[in-house]
Design a protein around this ligand. Structure first.
Ligand SMILES: C[C@@](CO)(OP(=O)(O)O)[C@H](O)COP(=O)(O)OP(=O)(O)OC[C@H]1O[C@@H](n2ccc(N)nc2=O)[C@H](O)[C@@H]1O
Ligand SMILES: Nc1ncnc2c1ncn2[C@@H]1O[C@H](COP(=O)(O)OP(=O)(O)O)[C@@H](O)[C@H]1O
Length: 292
């Protein structure tokens, strides 16, 4: 008999605002961010196995197929915490560029947590899954919920907020990978110009698209720009083609542009394809409930 397979969507995130407050004694940085999910998603298929092994299947050569995969770590954490005897094959179809500042690996882990919660009938709440997810990585908790949220602590403390007004998000990823740990290491916390995260939250509350565009900011941007000048070049191009706001996401190197009009989105998208191999035009994803 065919066993039940489960398909789960794992959307990427962008950081509309990313502030770092200080470095903590545990080596992590205390952050205050506004994150939102976008309609660019990996597809995770969970297939029960006859034995008790965890197997990763992926055609993407940048995605590890062993214990280093964050989806593998999510399955292992649930198996060990709840003494699950079943095994699972996790097939990952990547659409989110890898090591891009878009939380692809974290979202795969979060989708695996949500999916296995169903497949293994664990009955865990999203809050419980998010708490488990924090053991895997700082961005996993946000990815468990999706939607739009303020993230504090090292990124794992999540407060949901309303979604921003609808718009296009054009993404351009230069063909370099960036190490998140290295970017945080090179950040000079005392010298950063802090973005106004509270004002961003208020602007979203008012659904004020143009205020949101003025308030975008990311203190990690300067660090990555110094290491990779091509990111600054992409930012310039995106501005030149008419984006309303332009910012690097997370630790980079992906740059996103916000734009409302379809025709302008098309112009930015076409213009950037001349500079960059990986360019996407997607919508902001709405509220949390759109995830599964
Ligand atoms: C920068 C952000 C913004 O959303 O995203 P990405 O660029 O990775 O998408 C996140 O803070 C990244 O979160 P995530 O990628 O889950 O980080 P983790 O695996 O927990 O940590 C990787 C490394 O980054 C550093 N790190 C991470 C988070 C944090 N608040 N302070 C840190 O200093 C630590 O050196 C840590 O060893
Ligand atoms: N499921 C996964 N998808 C992509 N990368 C993964 C995955 N699991 C582990 N990784 C590792 O995590 C690193 C960071 O990947 P990713 O989550 O895409 O980037 P970021 O943290 O910049 O958003 C990659 O270099 C890769 O080796």
């Amino acid at each position: 008999m065919e066993r039940l397979r489960l398909l789960v969507k794992a959307p990427a995130k962008i950081n509309l605002s990313l502030d770092v407050l200080h470095k903590r004694p545990d080596g992590y940085h205390e952050v205050k961010m506004v994150m939102t999910t976008i309609d660019l998603a990996d597809r995770i298929e969970l297939i029960p196995r006859a034995d008790d092994a965890i197997q990763i299947i992926s055609q993407n050569r940048f995605v590890p197929d062993d214990h280093r995969n964050l989806a593998y770590q999510a399955a292992k954490l649930l198996k060990e915490t709840f003494s699950i005897k079943q095994g699972v094959a996790i097939s990952i179809t990547k659409h989110i560029p890898v090591a891009a500042g878009l939380a692809g690996g974290s979202s795969d882990a979060a989708a695996t947590l949500r999916g296995l919660n169903k497949l293994w009938n664990l009955g865990l709440t999203l809050d419980e899954l998010a708490e488990l997810g924090a053991q895997i990585g700082s961005d996993v908790s946000f990815c468990v919920y999706g939607g739009t949220a303020i993230a504090t602590g090292r990124g794992e403390k999540i407060t949901p907020i309303p979604s921003p007004p609808p718009c296009w998000v054009v993404l351009a990823k230069p063909s370099i990978g960036v190490s998140t740990a290295e970017v945080y290491r090179n950040l000079k916390v005392k010298e950063v110009v802090h973005p106004d995260v509270d004002a961003m939250v208020e602007a979203i509350g008012r659904q004020d698209y143009f205020a949101i565009c003025q308030l975008v900011g990311n203190v990690l941007e300067e660090v990555t720009l110094k290491m990779h000048p091509e990111v600054a070049h992409i930012k310039e191009q995106m501005r030149r083609f008419g984006a309303d706001a332009v910012l690097m996401s997370g630790s980079g190197p992906t740059v996103f542009g916000l734009v409302q009009h379809d025709s302008r989105m098309q112009r930015i998208y076409n213009g950037l394809r001349g500079f960059c191999e990986q360019v996407f035009a997607v919508r902001l994803l709405g509220e949390r409930h759109s995830l599964d």
